[in-house]
Ligand binder design. Structure first.
Ligand code: NAD
Length: 485
């Protein structure tokens, strides 16, 4: 049988005004970095997008000082309702410019426009609206009658949801009265720099938000700066561990949102076609570059063959290619380095004896791509069952009883997310009580809401973002002095 093919439906990029180069955003202005510059490229075409500054220790110092001055002189003097007005204004500008921001994110990150347009950008605006509403209600957050801002927050985000992770960090920090220095990931600085323009457009007081670009060394210099009061980091577990070590013995507060190896558990009484959609969005959404991805599928043994058959049939319908095409489901892997990491772990899966199946799609000649891939015959000791692949690769295992599902799901050093597919509410609740994961979805997966706290434990980190809990990470009770070194 032949299927009708889709005509290409590429999104026009004419709405996005990308400058040939960007400096660092410090004290409300773009300034040149004192050190080198580096390029950001499109992972789907390998074309040069723009050049950005690489902040060195002196630049980091300037940014922290600008944030400190803004905290002391302006931001901490404003009432909560005044701070809220700025956040509402930012949220509205994000909505107005959402098409442009979605396209810029797709160009820089490689993820499909369907996702940036329908998931990332609506959530970015929702995060700012949600925390704007909290800014004048902090005394009702259950954190004491007069909770106090911590001061200057150092914020470091990864490349998988660049603007959304920025929103998760900046919105609660500003609502709580802190000022920030944020560093985007080195492969995806573009939307953070456009966000700096939005801060100017919103008339945000100078120095309340500072954006510095650079790689690990810039992040390390920021975390080591003696003038910060709080570190909010989202990224890999090894870097999170090094940050925790560098902050040990100081009274700088830290929240760490790290890696994951989520279990998506399907019982034989589940609505299978719905579960298939949940499995697909659990691991193939955003090319699997999702910390809370359902990268381990645990299927009840008696439905294994049926689920696999339906899953593979569904995966052959996913369209991989130009992320700016509105029909694309699977975009590019974010970087060459990440593609190499995915390929190495997939090779390890085959070498250890798991059975690999990859959907037959034609990979574009330029750019970084990986086909949706499923491993069966996976043992719990295999690297593909233990290590975070952070790519479109699913490892399938089976179980017979709920206890076995719990034991296998919890057999991980991480503890970020899990999914349960069953028609029985009692089973959902019993399972949720026993799963060691910070976020548990039932009959759905990868759903986010600003009012809902998100975070993990064990090697997935500590602290919560989102909801009232997300505010607590940026506030001290009124009898506690803000930290520092
Ligand atoms: P990464 O840890 O390599 O980099 C994350 C950020 O930290 C980048 O901005 C990077 O420049 C910076 N950085 C690197 N070395 C640093 C250092 N020594 N000191 C300070 N900053 C440093 O991670 P990544 O590869 O960019 O992102 C993928 C990882 O992020 C995955 O493990 C994923 O699970 C995790 N992640 C977690 C969440 C969550 O909420 N738990 C969300 C998204 C991504």
């Amino acid at each position: 049988m032949t299927f009708l093919d889709y005509a290409p439906a590429p999104e026009s990029t004419s709405i996005v005004d990308i400058k040939p180069s960007y400096g660092l955003f410090i004290g409300g202005k773009f300034v040149d970095a004192s050190g080198d510059t580096f390029a950001t490229i499109s992972p789907s075409t390998e074309e040069h997008i723009t050049t950005v500054g690489e902040a060195n220790a002196a630049d980091v110092d300037k940014a922290v000082q600008a944030a400190r001055v803004a905290f002391d002189k302006t931001w901490s003097k404003l009432s909560g309702s005044e701070r809220g007005k700025y956040l509402f204004r930012i949220a509205r500008i994000i909505q107005e410019r959402s098409r442009e921001l979605a396209i810029a994110e797709t160009i820089d990150n490689g993820k499909p426009i369907r996702e940036t347009r329908d998931v990332d950008l609506p959530l970015v605006a929702a995060w700012f609206f949600y925390y704007a509403g909290w800014a004048d209600k902090l005394e009702y957050a259950g954190l004491g009658p007069k909770p106090q801002a911590l001061g200057v927050a150092a914020q470091i985000v990864p490349w998988n949801f660049p603007l959304l992770m920025l929103a998760w960090k900046i919105a609660p920090a500003l609502a709580a009265g802190n000022t920030v220095v944020l560093k985007p990931a080195e492969t995806t600085p573009l939307t953070a720099l456009l966000f700096a323009e939005i801060c100017q457009q919103a008339g945000l007081p100078d120095g309340v938000v500072n954006i510095i670009t650079g790689a690990g060394a810039t992040g390390a210099a920021l975390v080591a700066h003696p003038g910060i009061n709080k570190v909010a980091f989202t990224g890999s577990t090894p870097v999170g561990r090094s940050i925790a070590a560098s902050l040990a013995g100081t009274d700088v507060r830290a929240t760490l949102e790290l890696g994951g190896k989520g279990a998506n558990i399907v019982f034989d009484d589940a609505a299978i076609d719905q579960a298939i959609e949940g499995i697909v969005s659990g691991i193939f959404f955003n090319q699997g570059h999702v910390c809370c991805a359902g990268s381990r599928l645990l299927v009840q043994e008696n439905i294994h063959d049926d689920v696999l058959h339906r899953l593979q049939r569904r995966l052959t319908t996913l369209r991989l290619g130009d992320p700016l095409d509105k029909n694309t489901d699977i975009g590019a892997v974010n970087s060459k380095a990440q593609l190499e990491r995915i390929s190495a772990l997939v090779d390890a899966g085959e070498a250890e004896g798991a059975t690999r199946w990859s959907s037959e799609c034609v990979l574009p000649e330029k750019g970084f791509w990986f086909q949706p891939t499923v491993f069966t015959n996976v043992h719990t000791s295999h690297r593909v069952a233990q290590e975070e692949i952070f790519g479109p690769v699913l490892s399938v295992m089976t179980f017979r009883t709920p206890d076995e599902a719990i034991a296998k799901a919890n057999n991980t050093p991480y503890g970020l997310s899990a999914g349960i597919w069953t028609e029985k509410a009692s089973r959902m609740l019993a399972m949720a009580n026993s799963l060691r994961a910070g976020v548990i979805w039932a009959n759905t997966f990868n759903k986010f809401d600003p009012s809902s706290p998100f975070g993990g434990y064990q090697e997935s980190g500590y602290g919560r973002e989102g909801g009232r809990h997300g505010l607590a990470a940026y506030l001290a009770a009124d009898d506690q002095k803000a930290g520092g070194r």
